[in-house]
Ligand binder design. Sequence first.
Ligand code: IMP
Length: 200
Amino acid sequence: MNLYLASNNAHKIEELKTFFHKEGLSMLQLASAKEIGGMPDVAETESSFVGNARLKAEALYAQAPEGSWVLADDSGLQVDALEGAPGVYSARFAGVGASAQACIDLLLEKLEGVEQAKRSAQFVCTLVLLGPGKQEQVFEGIAPGHITLGNQGESSFGYDPVFIPEGHQETYAQMGADLKNTMSHRTRALNKLARFFRGL
Ligand code: IMP
């Protein structure tokens, strides 16, 4: 089974290959969008993660050989006290091209004066899989937690230094990738995807 990933991010391909290998999903031949003409530019204009993931999946599906599968993802942080913001704007919360730290600074500024108990948040990862005949499957992973008062740990990715997952005392940045990967929104969504492929 040929599965194309709707992303230009080489790291995401490697991460997914490792995941499928670990899960014993050897029937999946994962390939990058590059092999079928490259990932088209997609404006993420939808107001939901699933909507934006679907836009990316459909754009690449239009270029994919018949009978293949396409997988796209979208993810971000939703903060309850900010009515779900930054949400689909997570990467560009402080403006297009702004650094991760600029986005964190804006988030902390908006949460100034909000007490610990009201700083609940969740990371969400939505995967859209299109199969032969454009059949769609959606998988969602959620990681609940809360936002700290300031950076804790070296910045690794995005909002990692200010997010403490439920049941833990350290931020994603402090705990490191291996522990984060056991509980992350992305892992939870990928586990659902693996279950789907196993059931075929
Ligand atoms: P993407 O859809 O995976 O590119 O994620 C969009 C944005 O959400 C990223 O640029 C980050 O700002 C934020 N984000 C998503 N997942 C994570 C995570 O695991 N840690 C920190 N930030 C994340």
